[in-house]
Write a protein that binds this ligand. Structure first.
Ligand code: MG
Length: 255
């Protein structure tokens, strides 16, 4: 079922969105060469407690996860693309890290992801990250009243394919509200002018993610982390966005 939310409800989602945006900014500033992924999870746990927020991940146990996630943030490193399970790994110079973070505050969920390189970045990694960011911006811009859902998908796919990357359609964006993953599914490629008619009140996570030289993934032995099939690096950019009568409103803005 696809829910539409009133302007008052969307207003009520703002604290969760602001917290997730600020938390990702804080973590991005604090994380560097020598940071352990378990320290990131511990810090995110602290931030959640200080804000009186509730983790969406810790008890999360969908069909594609081997066991409840057990951590509060996804930390995907290098060939890790999505759902990276924090483990005892210390970040090294040049590692590409994606943080994906979702909480609820007052019963409303926000979900956002950011990718960056710790230490010295390669040109290829910067291009991969920048492409997911541009694809996210294009997807957000395509979320307009009267449009169609796959306008968003098409805008994302065009940026990604235009930069020479393949697009994996197994995981994409999703509805957000009182739960983390609702309808509709938002594929990261598609034909414009199709799909759900876009109306104010829709709230979705838009989340382009890319792997440098493949569009195929496999699940790590940890039961959660999705890695690129060929070991190439991955990046992921995500915001929770509400469609208002005036257009898209980014709830998880970090600026
Ligand atoms: Mg997310």
């Amino acid at each position: 079922m696809i829910e539409h939310f009133t302007p008052r409800e969307i207003e009520a989602m703002r604290p969760a969105g602001q917290f997730v945006g600020q938390a990702l900014s804080t973590l991005r500033d604090e994380v560097g060469v020598g940071t352990n992924l378990l320290e990131i999870d511990a810090r995110a746990t602290e931030l959640i407690a200080a804000a009186g927020a509730t983790s969406c991940y810790v008890d999360y146990h969908p069909s594609f996860g081997a066991m409840p996630f057990g951590k509060v943030i996804c930390t995907s490193v290098n060939d890790g693309a999505l759902h990276g399970l924090p483990h005892d790994y210390t970040l090294q110079d040049g590692d590409l890290l994606s943080l994906d973070f979702a909480v609820s505050i007052n019963g409303w969920v926000a979900d956002s992801a950011v990718s960056f390189v710790v230490g010295e970045a390669s040109r290829a990694d910067l291009q991969l990250i920048e492409t997911t960011e541009r694809a996210l911006e294009a997807g957000i811009a395509a979320l307009q009243p009267g449009g169609r859902l796959f306008d968003v998908s098409a805008a994302i796919g065009e940026v990604c394919r235009g930069a020479g990357y393949g697009v994996n359609l197994q995981f994409g964006g999703h509805g957000v509200g009182r739960t983390m993953h609702g309808d509709p599914h938002v594929p990261n490629d598609g034909r414009p002018g199709r799909g759900l008619r876009l109306q104010p009140g829709l709230v979705i996570a838009i989340e382009p993610w890319l792997m440098a030289t493949t569009d195929e993934i496999y699940t790590d032995a940890d039961g959660w982390t999705l890695r690129s099939a060929d070991g190439s690096r991955a990046a992921h950019s995500e915001h929770t966005v509400a469609l208002t009568a005036d257009g898209p409103l980014v709830l998880t803005d970090r600026t």
